[in-house]
Write a protein that binds this ligand. Structure first.
Ligand SMILES: Nc1nc2c(ncn2[C@@H]2O[C@H](COP(=O)(O)OP(=O)(O)OP(=O)(O)O)[C@@H](O)[C@H]2O)c(=O)[nH]1
Ligand SMILES: [Mg+2]
Length: 428
């Protein structure tokens, strides 16, 4: 057998490669296989697109696809030797970081370059138009949000919003729906949620809050896609409290956690909010099953009493060791910079900033705040109490801020002393 795939390959419509391919790799594979080839990022965009339901999400998905297309622009030499953009032919990368792969052969550039520039300009124009439309859609959403806040205010209490964030497939939608008892759309498919969905929930204190379920974060997701999904992610920046859902059954938890912290940092979540974030380890029902299995494995058939103790200490050690191995395995660099070409503006490259030290520190916090199973409901009550507590803490902070602001105003303006001030002075 001289091909990896063997017979039957002719029947496939397209090939998916689970890696980020360079434009030239993709073109060459397409030429060899005579089939469209989709890489990891291409697939992510396809999925985003399929799950975009609102106008805003559709615009965002189109923008992402457009930026991807721009990075894939290659100049192809057709069989007749002419420069084309056809599908099959010898590919030369001209767009990746703006480098021309042609080794300085004078006349080869010419017409091809111009056509390439034309295509690029068309894409840039479309990008600007999309950004304007997205901005408009966002404005509408912001107005709606302001309306919600006012509504909360009229009811005597401000409606706090809680954003549920986490790696894709962590169980955000399941947890959100478990907390709100409203059936949200959730399933096995990755990125099942693209639109932020707001649901209300009542906390043990009787306080009403709004939970917003968000799109799943993923590693290897080029940071420029963040621009495309900014409106969705804006709910996260604006939220009063963040819930970080971690799939505790995933083999590479640390990678998932740091991806999430990285994205939160990139979209501009204030450090304070990162520190205050509640880390929820979900799917502990799996873990319990595993613990039992691990016990039997470690037992070696002799220590049955040990297994019956079921305090989980042995299994926990094994579990942690596994996580550490994964951490080492996954230390390759993640930013490919595949979308960066010479005409990208400064703000795009600013997105490549290294995470701040304190954010790294926040990410290094070890262990969950609460362990739950969104499916069986274990730990949900504890989580609700924790949310209540954190929000109360936020209220206190707000109150003290307002007091400081007021006293600043008082000290700035001179006015005749009043009885209130004297009393205040005595108290202090
Ligand atoms: N065993 C178990 N499975 C769970 C639990 N929570 C969620 N799941 C499953 O995990 C899968 C993903 O859940 P979702 O809630 O869709 O995950 P998500 O984080 O919203 O995913 P995206 O929106 O695609 O990023 C589904 O098949 C859920 O049934 C849990 O506590 N235990
Ligand atoms: Mg979801």
């Amino acid at each position: 057998m001289d091909t990896y795939f063997g017979r039957g390959t002719e029947e496939v419509d397209a090939v998916f490669v689970n890696a980020i391919l360079s434009a030239i790799q993709q073109r060459n594979l397409e030429r060899i296989w005579a089939k469209p080839v989709l890489d990891r990022v291409g697939l992510i965009i396809e999925i985003f697109n399929a799950h975009a339901h609102t106008k805003e999400a559709k615009l965002q998905a189109e923008l992402a696809a457009l930026m991807y297309k721009k990075s894939r622009l290659v100049r192809v030499r057709g069989t007749d030797g002419r420069q084309t953009f056809g599908q099959f032919g010898e590919a030369e990368v001209v767009s990746a970081r703006g480098r021309a792969a042609s080794k300085g052969v004078g006349f080869v550039g010419g017409a091809g370059e111009t056509e390439l520039q034309l295509q690029r300009r068309r894409i840039s124009d479309r990008r600007l138009r999309l950004l304007t439309q997205i901005k408009e859609a966002r404005r509408t959403r912001l107005l709606q949000r302001a309306g919600r806040k006012r509504q909360g205010g009229l009811a005597g209490k401000s409606l706090a919003t809680i954003a549920v964030v986490g790696y894709t497939n962590a169980g955000k939608s399941t947890l959100t729906s478990a907390l709100t008892r409203t059936a949200l759309y959730c399933n096995e498919r990755l990125f099942a949620t693209l639109d932020p969905t707001l649901k209300s929930a009542i906390l043990p204190s009787g306080r009403k809050v709004l939970l917003s379920d968000t799109v799943g974060f993923i590693s290897d997701l080029p940071i420029q896609l963040v621009e495309a999904f900014q409106s969705t992610l804006e709910e996260v920046v604006e939220a009063d409290l963040l819930l970080h859902v971690v799939d505790s059954s995933a083999p590479n938890i640390e990678e998932h956690r740091s991806t999430v912290f990285h994205v939160l940092n990139q979209i501009g979540v204030p450090e304070e909010k990162l520190k205050n974030m509640i880390e929820v380890w979900n799917k502990i029902d799996y873990e319990e099953e595993e613990e039992v299995e691990d016990m039997h494995y470690l037992d070696d058939g002799k220590g049955e009493e040990e297994a019956e103790l079921s305090d989980g200490s042995i299994a926990e050690e094994t579990f942690e060791a596994a996580v550490d191995e994964d951490k080492i395995d996954n230390q390759e660099g993640d930013s490919d910079g595949w979308l960066l070409s010479e005409d990208e503006n400064v703000s795009d490259s600013e997105l490549f900033k290294a995470p701040e030290d304190d954010i790294v520190a926040a990410a290094e916090k070890n262990g969950p705040d609460v362990r739950v199973s969104a499916l069986t409901g274990v730990g949900l009550k504890e989580l609700m109490y924790l949310i209540d507590e954190k929000l109360k803490g936020e209220d206190e902070k707000l109150k003290s801020q307002t007091i400081v602001e007021r006293s600043e105003i008082q000290s700035r303006k001179w006015r005749p002393p009043r009885k209130d001030d004297e009393e205040l002075a005595v108290e202090q």
